[in-house]
Design a protein around this ligand. Structure first.
Ligand SMILES: N[C@@H](CCC(=O)N[C@@H](CS)C(=O)NCC(=O)O)C(=O)O
Length: 235
């Protein structure tokens, strides 16, 4: 049985199954990327809820795993060379899990780099920009009288949606015929933008028919349906 006692995070979130990959998360758009990926691959894992309402992402135990105080983070007892591996940043975790499982990533080198390119497009563009739309449209920023910041992020989000829509023209998924980690990174954010953030009209989502078609296909996948609810908020 794996011994994870050297990792302080296991003191606050004790593993019931230390041989399984440990996931520390919350079902937010960044968090569900990893739970969806784990559900898609079938890798055995144990989810732990990190409660933001209790500030648990700032606890010394969580910071020992991710000094950047953000979910998702993982601790794999069976990492490279059979040693435990702790990892944060959802994009890095997705690449790691794709390589570990041999799934959700093209096998040829060029296809692999192209997938990472679209993954980075999500990490550097879609995530941060859609997040700002959420702040200025749904959260504290919605009460600001000056709408220029909101409009700036809405315009940039529309531009990114246009790029994504063009990429999906004539392709079911970002990388073509098969769903990949690029889709797993991207569609939880599109879903959140038009769902939880209520910004569908603001960004004019109906103009992006390829994006909405791929989003519907994504949301219909059984692993996605399950992953969107993991970890359970009331666990
Ligand atoms: N670039 C990071 C972003 C992660 C992120 O922003 N996580 C948010 C939830 S979606 C979070 O943990 N926020 C808590 C905080 O900032 O205190 C990733 O993709 O993993």
């Amino acid at each position: 049985m794996a011994d994870l006692s050297a990792f302080a995070v296991t003191r606050k979130w004790p593993p019931q199954y230390p041989d399984r990959l440990q996931l520390y998360s919350l079902p937010t758009p960044n968090g569900v990327k990893v739970s969806i990926m784990l559900e898609e691959t079938g890798l055995p894992y144990e989810p732990h809820l990190v409660r933001f309402d209790a500030g648990e992402q700032m606890s010394p135990e969580f910071l020992s795993l991710n000094p950047n105080n953000k979910i998702p983070a993982i601790l794999d007892p069976d990492g490279p060379d059979g040693k435990p591996l702790a990892l944060f940043e959802s994009g890095a975790i997705l690449i790691y899990l794709a390589e570990k499982s041999g799934q959700l990533m093209p096998r040829d080198a060029a296809g692999r780099y192209e997938t990472i390119q679209w993954l980075m497009f999500q990490m550097s563009g879609i995530g941060p920009m859609f997040g700002q739309v959420g702040f200025f449209h749904k959260f504290a920023g919605k009460d600001y009288a000056d709408k220029r910041p909101r409009d700036r992020y809405v315009a940039e989000s529309k531009r990114l949606l246009h790029v994504l829509d063009q990429r999906l023209a004539g392709r079911p998924w970002i990388m073509g015929e098969a769903c990949s980690i690029a889709d797993i990174a991207t569609f939880p954010w599109v879903n959140n933008l038009i769902g939880f953030y209520g910004a569908a009209d603001l960004v004019g989502i109906t103009a992006f028919a390829n994006v909405t078609r791929a989003l519907q296909a994504f949301l219909a996948r059984p692993a996605v349906i399950r992953g969107l609810q993991i970890p359970k908020r009331d666990a």
